[in-house]
Write a protein that binds this ligand. Sequence first.
Ligand SMILES: Cc1ncc(COP(=O)(O)O)c(C=O)c1O
Length: 400
Amino acid sequence: MELLSATLARVKPSPTIAVTNKAAELKAAGHDIIGLGAGEPDFDTPQNIKDAAIAAIHEGRTKYTAVDGIPELKKAICAKFKRDNGLEYIPSQVSVGTGGKQILYNALMATLNEGDEVVIPAPYWVSYPDMVLLAGGTPVVAEASIQTGYKLTADQLEAAITPNTKWLIFNSPSNPTGAGYSRSELKELTDVLLRHPQVWVMTDDMYEHLAYDDFTFCTPAEVEPQLYDRTLTVNGVSKAYAMTGWRIGYAAGPEKLIAAMRKVQSQSTSNPCSISQWAAVEALNGTQDFIAPNNEMFVRRRNLVVDMLNAAEGVSCPTPEGAFYVYPSISGCIGKTSPAGTTITDDETFATALLEETGVAVVFGAAFGLSPNFRVSYATSDDALKEACTRIQTFCAGLS
Ligand SMILES: Cc1ncc(COP(=O)(O)O)c(C=O)c1O
């Protein structure tokens, strides 16, 4: 009898983790590697948040909690949705999980049947299609193009929807492109959804607070209140509060869905870490003052990276509205040969040759469903970014 499940066979391992591992191996072997693959801020969790966790330990808040979150955190989440998004939720409409990742997974596990389709705009976060497959659904990829700044148009969304569509997964600002939908761009998509009452919206607002220049974040249930009853608004503390290791994500939506997600979680991980939940209470209720200076730093790095990548031969890099990623196209490099003799047939060969020949680790675009591109995470020091982009420029200039 085959040990592994048929479901697992449909799923691939995370390519972002594979790139990170390969870069770590080369580094351990003594190579000079600059990693631009990490999906996390390079600064530390703010002190007030750490202090809240330490206090929770001292106060003995170290036992199992309610499956989908302590009341204090649910209250803080309701206040956050009201304050930042103008959305009214009560605690029974809120679910807390071990990262936004578990929240998304719970929602898909709780709702998908065989044959149910999930529309995923590409470029997408690597986990969406595989999570849909694990939950027994069918991912339907709707490709956005560089011409629209990697944002899906109303026509593209309309074309992807069928009577079997159960969810649209929406992510703005986006991983991997940093693209953020303006209110009017999002309204065009929500207008399409109003015409298809069977479609629910899973909006992944993880990068809400990483919004730059004059871009103003907005979320589907806020832009179109008629979608409130069929929207799951997902968020978390990982990115804006530099809390990736604490593993707290959350969502709000209709009670029936939240109860179903609680059932999934109750039979898998029980509750998220009690100490991390108290830290998240402080993250949401405490000072938000560090977000603006952090964003100033991210804007400076984004501009540096965009300018340097656009100066590389064969590379074209739009300026994104948020997050800490850029997603340059390398269509001008395809078909050329690297200094060490590798033919660049696609973005995977580009990323491999770049790593082996220059020591710069990026993630190839095929992993995110739109090629030929690569993703750069600029959540690293200015010096590392300058050196990495200089190496990319030299590599591209050496292609013949
Ligand atoms: C778009 C997006 N959604 C969700 C997550 C998951 O975040 P976490 O599980 O750390 O809350 C990430 C992390 O990289 C992400 O980029």
